[in-house]
Ligand binder design. Structure first.
Ligand SMILES: [Zn+2]
Length: 198
C-alpha cells in the first residue's frame, strides 16, 4: 500500500483536476499577483491532500482498510464537504465532488498497490460486503510499518516512496501545468469583470 506521501500527491492532483471542470470555479481562480498558496488553490487543495491520506488513520483505532476505505466513506466525505461549502457560501456540488474525488484517490491507490499481508486489499463495499478487493497490479510498492526504523523497513519504504514520486510526480506536474493554462484565461476575464463593475 502506498505511503502518505503518495496519497497526498494524488489528493492534490485530484483537486487540480477538478479545477479543470468548467462551471462555477471563480473561487478557484487567483490573480497572477497572488502568492503561490492562493494560486495553488489554497485551503481546498490542502484539504484534498489531507483527505487523500485520511483513510489510513484507521490504523490508530483498528479495522484497517475497512470502513474508511469504502465507497460509503467517499459519499460521507462528499456530504460533509457539501454541507461545509453551503455554510461558507461556496459552490456546493463542486466542493463536495472535489473532496469526494480526493478521498477516492486513496481507495484507488490502495487498489493499485501491492499488499503482501492477507487479507489483501480494501473492503470497498463495507458495510454491505466484507469482501476484500485489490487489483493485483502492484503498481505501488507495499510500505513497511513494523520496526519502521530498522534498516530493512527504511530501505523498503524509501524504495516505495521513490516509486510513488516517479509515477505521481509527472501526473501532479502535468495537472498543475494544464490547470495554470486553463485558469489563466479565467483570471483575466475576472479581472476585466471586476474593473468594469468598479
Ligand atoms: Zn489505505
Amino acid at each position: 500500500m502506498p505511503s502518505p506521501i503518495g496519497h497526498v500527491l494524488a489528493g492534490v492532483a485530484a483537486a487540480w483536476t477538478a479545477d479543470l471542470v468548467p462551471g462555477d470555479r471563480d473561487c478557484r481562480v487567483a490573480p497572477a499577483t497572488a502568492g503561490w498558496y492562493e494560486r495553488a488553490g489554497g485551503g481546498l487543495t490542502v484539504a484534498c491532500g489531507a483527505l487523500a491520506a485520511l483513510p489510513d488513520l484507521d490504523l490508530l483505532f483498528g479495522g484497517h482498510r475497512t470502513m474508511t476505505h469504502s465507497l460509503v466513506a467517499v459519499a460521507v466525505v462528499g456530504l460533509c464537504a457539501g454541507m461545509m461549502a453551503a455554510g461558507a457560501r461556496r459552490p456546493i456540488a463542486r466542493v463536495a465532488l472535489t473532496c469526494a474525488l480526493a478521498y477516492a484517490t486513496h481507495l484507488a491507490l490502495d487498489l493499485l498497490g501491492a499488499d503482501p499481508f492477507p487479507p489483501q486489499g480494501i473492503q470497498l463495499f463495507w458495510p454491505f460486503s466484507r469482501e476484500w478487493f485489490i487489483s493485483g497490479w502492484n503498481l505501488f510498492e507495499g510500505t513497511e510499518r513494523r520496526h519502521v526504523f530498522s534498516a530493512l523497513s527504511l530501505g523498503q519504504n524509501a524504495k516505495a516512496i521513490v516509486r510513488e514520486l516517479a509515477i505521481l510526480g509527472p501526473i501532479v506536474t502535468v495537472t498543475w501545468l494544464v490547470r495554470v493554462k486553463a485558469l489563466a484565461g479565467l483570471s483575466t476575464e475576472l479581472a476585466r469583470r471586476d474593473h468594469s463593475t468598479q
